[in-house]
Ligand binder design. Structure first.
Ligand code: PLP
Length: 367
């Protein structure tokens, strides 16, 4: 029995193999292996794609968040509003700068942070809000921006899952003060290793992140601030330039798969898509009360699924002292118990998807 992979990364390479091989060879032959024209080319192309004035390449998505927080002046003694339902990197970035993550529960329909709950979580120590466009569906940014402005805070967007997603017709990329991207291989725009970026319309933030990523230095051996080494690798930048040109086609393929799932699946809760977003469908997440049994039964038929995420950040050992006991963030905990991500990816054959649909519909009804 052939298997249905969760995401076929190799197929993503083979789809553009000649272009990627040529791009990598070009960097090898250039003799220029740190920063330089390849990084600048990608930064310009991705800023343009996002409709942002600036793009600063960094080493990964977590660093994009950390350096954005630092550039925006967030540090020890501050609190940052974060979603309870997110990948732990969102929280880790806040902790890394010495600030405290303050969790806000998601909307039960969209799974993204509920804007109506933010105000109650704000204290005199709050400096920033991080909105996550989880699973590739944009958060409801207008009400989040309204709270941000009303309380003189800054808004960081964690867009690690949202390449190409739109909010009210505009691509994610410059709504907040800083927008943070990951190009981890499994993301919608994925490198052949670690990579990340910050996009922004704020020249001051772009300049600050750009300095921080390179030892706090704009002029070699002149260090203005205690920066770090978080540069975007030019080989990865060259790969990303190739892949960016195909991103819209790949997003379209994901949207077609999502529509087919939405129309055909029965016996599971399918994603609700609010009118304000055209999602990038990084993940296709369903809910079922017997999630673990469903996942196992699908695995027995050769269908790979994943859980995003099995343990919410506040229940991780890493956050044992964060002050959130089990039961305090019930929606995030419920999602961890009943959510299942079905296979989706730009190269996924519809025949594979038909197998997933048939199996889910048969199993979900009988479990
Ligand atoms: C992947 C991801 C990150 C971190 O990106 P890395 O490149 O792995 O550091 C941050 N936030 C979210 C929501 C992610 O999915």
């Amino acid at each position: 029995m052939s298997t249905v992979p969760f995401l076929d990364l190799r197929a993503g390479y083979l789809a553009v193999q000649a272009e990627i091989d040529a791009a990598v060879a070009r960097v090898m032959d250039s003799g220029w292996y740190i920063m330089g024209p390849e990084v600048e080319m990608f930064e310009a192309a991705f800023a343009d794609y996002c409709g942002a004035d600036h793009c600063v390449g960094v080493a990964n998505g977590l660093d994009a968040l950390i350096l954005s927080l630092r550039a925006l002046g967030v540090g020890a003694g501050h609190e940052v509003i974060v979603p309870s339902n997110t990948f732990i990197a969102t929280w880790l970035a806040v902790s890394a700068v010495g600030a405290k993550p303050v969790a806000v529960e998601p909307d039960a329909q969209t799974y993204n942070m509920d804007p109506a709950l933010i105000e109650a979580a704000i204290t005199p120590r709050t400096r920033a809000i991080i909105a996550v466009h989880l699973y590739g569906q944009s958060a409801d940014l207008d009400p989040v921006l309204a709270v941000t402005r009303a309380h003189d805070l800054v808004l960081i967007e964690d867009a690690a899952q949202a390449h190409g997603a739109t909010y009210k017709g505009t691509r994610i990329g410059a709504h907040g003060d800083a927008v943070c991207w990951s190009f981890y291989p499994g993301k919608n725009l994925g490198a052949m290793g670690d990579a990340g970026a910050v996009t922004t319309n704020r020249a001051d933030i772009a300049a600050h992140v750009s300095t921080l990523r390179n030892y706090g230095s704009r002029v070699k051996y002149v260090n203005e601030v205690q920066g770090t080494n978080s540069r975007l690798d030019p080989i990865q930048a060259a790969v990303l330039v190739v892949k960016l040109a195909h991103l819209d086609d790949w997003t379209q393929a994901r949207r077609t798969l999502a529509r087919r799932y939405n129309e055909a699946l029965m016996g599971v809760v399918t994603p609700h898509v609010p009118l304000w977003t055209e999602p990038a469908w990084h993940l296709y997440v369903v809910r079922h009360p017997k999630r673990d049994a469903l996942m196992q039964a699908l695995a027995d038929e050769g269908i790979s699924t994943m859980i995003h995420y099995p343990i919410p950040p506040h229940l991780q050992a890493a956050y044992a002292d964060c002050g959130y006991a089990k039961g305090v963030l019930p929606l995030a905990e419920a999602f961890a118990d009943d959510m299942l991500s079905l296979p989706i990816g730009p190269q996924m054959p519809h025949s594979d998807q038909d197998r997933v649909i048939e199996a889910v519909n048969r199993l979900a009804a009988t479990l």
